[in-house]
Every structure is written in structure tokens, then in C-alpha cells.
Design a protein around this ligand. Structure first.
Ligand code: C2E
Ligand code: MG
Ligand code: MG
Length: 686
């Protein structure tokens, strides 16, 4: 605790002071001076009190105003948080700011897509619209370049601008209307996000602007909230764009095409005329990807997309003069597949002309690292018609037309027709039935005997020939389903079944033979099956499983397999022959019959195609047969003549030195028991 000592005056001095004071008070001059002093003091105190009260009042007012401003900003913030729509947040902000600051007009301008200007959007607020009609009208649809007018100055400088008095500002282009509406002052503020101004807010008042600091604070904070909405909207738009566009080419993707196609179909008139779908598949793209790499492939796709877009634009430009407008959506829907949706389509000839223009656009090769990359395209077109129930059906038919174009060779354009559709539908039905047939084992093998032509025509073997035992249509010949099985890839399953079935049949035949020399069975192998990885091993496995000696099995392939991949064909043939299985080149003379194939591919037998035997009366055919026989002899190959239908043909072939033959004259293809009866001794048949 602190001790304070207070000095106590002595009683004599206290008495002296008191007497002197009484004497002064009695003096009139002194009394007047005291009154003056007291008055002054009172004045000072009163002033101090008034000042304190004013300060308190100002503080209260500022407090109130900042609370009102906070409430205003809170409302804008809340709304900005709830709404994803910039226009509606802008609308509310203009209304709130104008009412809070007592302004008569609030207007908004939005940046253009190329960021070169701001344009008035249809979001504005007027306290008394009627009295501001001329100014609102003058502001509607206005566009300001950087530096032009009040919004343009804000766009250029990225900071607020003020007009204290319209009469003085002759540069203000809407000055006449502003003055006519009694407006006196204006200000404009930027809404800024990372990359600059996205919008400008403009306010006008009939009174001079006061308290600019407060205005600046309020609008800057409101602007921050609005900018957040713009950023959110942009992020959402970017996401949406990514979800609806192909990242590589920037074209609409499958999803956006689907949306546009469906809504275009809904807009069609009752006769459903006025829409077309084009499917474009590049020819030779895979080869470029394989040879030059994916980077080159990607570059090529981007270039192709640009050329297609340019072709569309050019044709549209040329057509605008002559025809009613048409619109095209070009989409990339797969690796090298593009689709064009044409809607509306007043002129039915446009798709074919556009297709031709697109092919033309691919004529010039694309340059890549000094290489010139060339692709073509196959284009299918389908027009909407009354019978279509949805746009997917049109797309499917355009696809069919495209496949048809592809089948016809590179650079084709095919427009879908009903005839083409029914062919395709038949194919589809057949394919479905073929799948059922595989699942339900509806196939059977027939066996056609192969004889030695000389001497007493000994049976040497059989060719296994497949038939489809169709539940409704009966026995179907292979020519009616093997091509489709090959095209659909189903041949691999069928071929595997044939291999197992034939080997099981050989095993049964051997059981009946009991020691006599067994004939071989030849089976036909499709290129796809032959070129499958591990084909040779799977043949060997089946032989082991069925206990069939390899020399009793022969494999027949056509030149088609060597055309697909000569080197791999050679390798598989070698592997197959190394395991003891013999090989035949089937239908010789109908394909390329390239001598280099014959020289390089290890076959055991040549099968002369039956077309030469059928035309043997013609000396030219005979000469060809002779040449084939010479060739075979030189290459050490045995020869089987196919399709011998008459004794004369047989005799002529014997005379020419042909060793083996098969044909209706010698023996028809028969079911297993009938065919194998030819090989079995009479006792075994009985
Ligand atoms: P291919 O391998 O050349 O078989 C010979 C075809 O000629 C058989 O027709 C046979 O019935 C027929 N043929 C035999 N002799 C005569 C004759 O004297 N005159 C006439 N006009 N024709 C004769 P098929 O059975 O209709 O087989 C046709 C083709 O189907 C076969 O030709 C073969 O390429 C293919 N094929 C048959 N079975 C199979 C199989 O299991 N797998 C595969 N991938 N293809 C098979
Ligand atoms: Mg054959
Ligand atoms: Mg043949």
C-alpha cells in the first residue's frame, strides 16, 4: 500500500488568507471580474457538451449506417450463396443498392465473349421507371468499347468512375436523355475476377453524389459477392463444357450430340421430314496410328476435325444465298468416328453435298514432322422419315449406310434406303440365329471323299464340310452363313467346333478300321481362326485329347490368310507341319495365286479350284491346269482337283497327271456314317 503525506498549513497563515479573501470580495471591481470569468467557464463547458453530444450522435449514425450497409450486404451475400444465376443476383443487387443509397437508376453491362467490350444486359432497376423512360431506352442494348462512355472507362481502367454533374460532362453519350430525365450524377463500378472486368454496374441519381467513401465501400463489397457468383457460374460452365465436348478436338461429344439429336427429333413436323444424320468413319486411320504413333494420330484427328468444320462453314456460307438456312452439329463420337446432325434441313440434297465436301477436305495430306499423313473416310447418310420412332433409329441406319460405304471400298458415300435396311436386317437376324446355332450345336459335318485318280481310284481321305441344321429352314450350305460368320467373328467358335468334331470323327473311324491304313480328314480353316494366337498349339491339344495321329488331319486354308499376314501365315504353317499335320492351299487359282506365296509358304498340297475343272472344255482352262500341275511338281506339292463332275473330266485330269480328285462324280458329301462306310471293310459296315 502506498502512503501519501499531505502538508497541513499552520493556523496563523490560514487566518491571514481568509481575511485577505473577504477583503477582495468586498471590492466591486474584483466582483465584476469574477462574473466574467465564470461566464467564460460556463460557455466553454456548454461548447464541450454540444461537441460531445454531436460526436455521440455522429457515432450512433455511423453505427446505424454501417448496420444498414451490413444488412444490405448480408442480403446480397445470402442470395449470392443460394443462387447460381448471375442475372438474378445482379437484379437483386441493383435493387438493394439503389434503394439503400437512394439512387434512381441502376444498370448492368456484361463483358462480351471476346472480352473486347461490355454490352448492356437486360437487368436494370429504376425507382420510377416512368420518369426515366428515355434514359432506360437510351441505355438498352448499348455496347461500349474500352474507354467509351462511362462503362467503357471502367472497363479500360478497372476502377470506379464518377460523374458529379451531367451538365458539365459533354462526353457522356446519353447526356441529353439523362438531363431530360432530371438525372444529375452517375457512377460506375467494375466487377472484377482474376482475369479482369466481367461486368460493370452503373448508377444514376437526381441528386449529387455525397459520401463517396461509403458508396465505394458498399459497392465494392457487393461487387465481391457478385464476382463470386460469376466465378461459380464459370467453373460450372467449364465443367459442363468438358462433360459435353471432346477434349482433343473441342467438338461436341456423344452426350451433347445425343441431347441435340433428341430435341431436334422432337421439333420435327408430323411427317418427320427435315433432319439427317451422317456417320463418318475414317479409312486408314489405324494404320497411321500404328505406323507413326498415337501423337501423330491425335494430331491428324484434330486436323481432320478442323477441316470438317471448315467444310461445313464453307458450304453453309455458299448455301445461305440460295437456300433457307441449315444447321450442322459436328461431333466426335469415337476414336476415328464423327457424326453430323443436320437440323433443320430444308434441302434434302445438303447431306450428300456436305459428304462430298468433307471427302474433298481430306484430299490434301496432313503434315506431321516432315511426313504427309493421308486418310480417307466412309460416309453413311440417313434422312428422317415418318416411320422413325426416335433419333437413335436414324443414327442406326446412318451407321448401316456407313458400313455399306466401307464395304464398297475407301471414300464411299452411301445414303440409307429401305432395301439396304432389309438386307442389313436379314443379316442381323441371321447373325442372331447363328449365335443360337453355336450355343445349341446345330451344325453337322458332312464328308466328301477324296480319291487317287490313277489306277483303281483308291480312297485317300475326306474333306469335312460344315452344314447348319437350321430348326426351321433345314440343312443350310456353308456358302449361306460362313461369310457372315467370318464378318462377325463367330467363325472362331464354329471353327473350333469343326476341329474337335472332325478329330472325334477320325477317332471313331479309326476304331472301325482296326489296323488298315486310315484315310485323312481335311478341314477348312478360316483366316481369322488360322491367325489366332496359339492356333497350332490348340490343334495339337485336340489331337492329343482325341488320340488322333497328326498325319490323319489336314488343314485347308485359302490365299486370303497370306494376304492378311504372310509372315505369320508362314510361321503357323511351319508350327502345324512340325507337329505332323499336313496343309493344303485351297481354291488355288481364284485369288492372287502369287508365286511368291507358293514359294515361301510350306504347303503339302494344292487344291485346284473347281471353276477350272468346270470349264475344262475350254483349252485355256486346260492350259492353266497343266501349268498348275507343272508348278506343283516343281515345288514338290501334291495336287487335288476339286469339283470333278463327269468321267471325262476325271479322265482328262488323269491324262494330265493330276494325282487326286474330289467331286460329285467321284462322291457326294455324305453324312458321317455314309461317308465313312466307304473306308470301312465290308465286315465293319455289317
Ligand atoms: P471348299 O473348301 O472349296 O469345299 C468344296 C466345296 O465344293 C464344297 O461346297 C463341296 O460340296 C463343293 N463340291 C465338291 N464337289 C463338287 C462338284 O463336283 N460340283 C460342285 N458344284 N461342287 C462341289 P460346300 O460344302 O458348299 O462348301 C463351300 C465352302 O464353304 C467350302 O469350299 C469352304 O470354303 C467353306 N466351308 C465348308 N465347310 C467349312 C468349315 O467347316 N469351315 C470353314 N471355315 N469353311 C468351310
Ligand atoms: Mg476346302
Ligand atoms: Mg476348295
Amino acid at each position: 500500500m502506498k502512503h501519501v503525506s499531505i502538508p497541513i498549513p499552520d493556523s496563523t497563515s490560514l487566518w491571514a488568507d481568509a481575511t485577505s479573501a473577504v477583503a477582495k470580495a468586498a471590492d466591486p471591481a474584483h466582483r465584476a471580474e469574477t462574473v466574467v470569468q465564470l461566464r467564460r467557464q460556463l460557455d466553454r463547458e456548454r461548447k464541450a457538451r454540444i461537441e460531445a453530444e454531436a460526436i455521440a450522435e455522429r457515432g450512433l449514425r455511423e453505427l446505424y449506417e454501417s448496420q444498414v450497409r451490413l444488412a444490405l450486404l448480408q442480403r446480397i451475400t445470402d442470395y449470392a450463396n443460394q443462387s447460381n444465376d448471375f442475372a438474378s443476383v445482379l437484379d437483386l443487387a441493383l435493387k438493394e443498392i439503389c434503394s439503400h443509397l437512394g439512387w434512381d437508376f441502376g444498370n448492368s453491362y456484361i463483358i462480351t465473349e471476346d472480352r473486347s467490350a461490355v454490352t448492356a444486359c437486360d437487368t436494370w432497376y429504376a425507382a420510377n421507371p416512368d420518369r426515366l423512360f428515355d434514359f432506360v431506352e437510351a441505355s438498352r442494348g448499348m455496347r461500349f468499347l474500352p474507354g467509351e462512355g462511362l462503362p467503357g472507362r471502367v472497363l479500360r481502367d478497372e476502377h470506379p468512375h464518377w460523374i458529379d454533374s451531367f451538365p458539365d460532362e459533354t462526353w457522356f453519350c446519353r447526356r441529353k436523355e439523362a438531363l431530360a430525365c432530371g438525372l444529375v450524377s452517375a457512377c460506375a463500378f467494375p466487377i472484377l475476377i482474376g482475369d479482369g472486368v466481367v461486368a460493370v454496374l452503373e448508377f444514376c441519381s437526381r441528386k449529387p453524389m455525397v459520401d463517396k467513401d461509403n458508396i465505394l465501400l458498399t459497392i465494392t463489397q457487393a461487387g465481391t459477392q457478385l464476382a463470386r457468383v460469376v466465378e461459380r457460374e464459370r467453373a460450372r460452365a467449364a465443367l459442363l463444357h468438358d462433360a459435353l465436348h471432346d477434349a482433343m478436338t473441342g467438338l461436341p461429344n456423344r452426350v451433347l450430340l445425343g441431347e441435340r439429336s433428341r430435341s431436334a427429333f422432337e421439333r420435327l413436323p408430323p411427317d418427320r421430314i427435315g433432319l439427317a444424320v451422317m456417320v463418318i468413319d475414317l479409312d486408314g486411320f489405324k494404320a497411321i496410328n500404328d505406323k507413326y504413333g498415337h501423337h501423330a494420330g491425335d494430331e491428324l484427328l484434330v486436323a481432320v476435325a478442323e477441316r470438317f468444320e471448315a467444310a461445313i462453314e464453307t458450304l453453309q456460307g455458299a448455301d445461305i444465298k440460295a437456300n433457307p438456312a441449315w444447321h450442322a452439329t459436328l461431333a466426335r463420337v469415337g476414336g476415328d468416328e464423327f457424326v453430323v446432325l443436320l437440323d433443320p434441313l430444308p434441302d434434302q440434297l445438303v447431306p450428300a453435298r456436305l459428304a462430298a465436301a468433307m471427302l474433298e477436305a481430306l484430299r490434301e495430306p496432313v503434315r506431321h514432322d516432315g511426313d504427309r499423313l493421308s486418310v480417307g473416310a466412309s460416309i453413311g447418310i440417313a434422312h428422317s422419315e415418318a416411320h422413325y420412332e426416335d433419333v437413335e433409329q436414324i443414327r442406326r441406319d446412318a451407321d448401316l449406310a456407313m458400313y455399306e460405304a466401307k464395304a464398297g471400298g475407301r471414300g464411299g458415300i452411301v445414303t440409307f434406303t429401305e432395301e439396304l435396311g432389309s438386307e442389313a436386317r436379314n443379316r442381323m437376324t441371321l447373325e442372331r440365329e447363328l449365335r443360337d446355332a453355336i450355343r445349341e450345336h446345330q451344325f453337322v459335318l458332312h464328308y466328301q471323299p477324296i480319291f487317287a485318280l490313277d489306277g483303281n481310284r483308291e480312297l485317300r481321305g475326306f474333306e469335312a464340310l460344315i452344314r447348319w441344321n437350321h430348326p426351321e429352314r433345314g440343312l443350310i450350305e456353308p456358302g449361306a452363313f460362313i461369310p457372315l460368320a467370318e464378318a462377325s467373328g463367330l467363325i472362331v467358335f464354329i471353327g473350333d467346333w469343326v476341329l474337335r468334331q472332325a478329330c472325334a470323327a477320325i477317332a471313331r473311324l479309326h476304331e472301325g478300321l482296326r489296323g488298315s491304313e486310315p484315310p485323312f480328314v481335311s478341314i477348312n480353316i478360316a483366316p481369322q481362326q488360322f491367325l489366332q494366337p496359339n492356333f497350332a498349339q490348340s490343334v495339337q491339344r485336340v489331337l492329343v485329347e482325341t488320340g488322333v495321329p497328326p498325319e490323319c488331319l489336314r488343314l485347308e486354308v485359302t490365299e486370303g490368310v497370306a494376304i492378311i499376314d504372310a509372315e505369320r501365315t508362314r510361321q503357323v504353317l511351319e508350327d502345324v507341319r512340325a507337329s505332323g499335320v499336313r496343309t493344303s492351299l485351297d481354291d488355288f487359282g481364284t485369288g492372287y495365286s502369287s508365286l511368291s506365296y507358293l514359294q515361301n509358304l510350306p504347303f503339302d498340297t494344292l487344291k485346284i479350284d473347281r471353276s477350272f475343272i468346270a470349264s475344262m472344255d475350254d483349252p485355256k482352262s486346260r492350259n492353266i491346269i497343266r501349268a498348275i500341275l507343272d508348278l506343283a511338281e516343281n515345288l514338290n506339292l501334291s495336287v487335288v482337283a476339286e469339283g470333278i463332275e463327269s468321267p471325262e473330266q476325271g479322265a482328262a485330269l488323269v491324262e494330265m497327271g493330276c494325282q487326286f480328285g474330289q467331286g460329285y462324280y467321284l462322291g457326294m458329301p455324305l453324312n458321317e456314317s455314309e461317308a465313312f462306310a466307304l473306308a470301312l471293310p465290308p465286315a465293319a459296315i455289317a
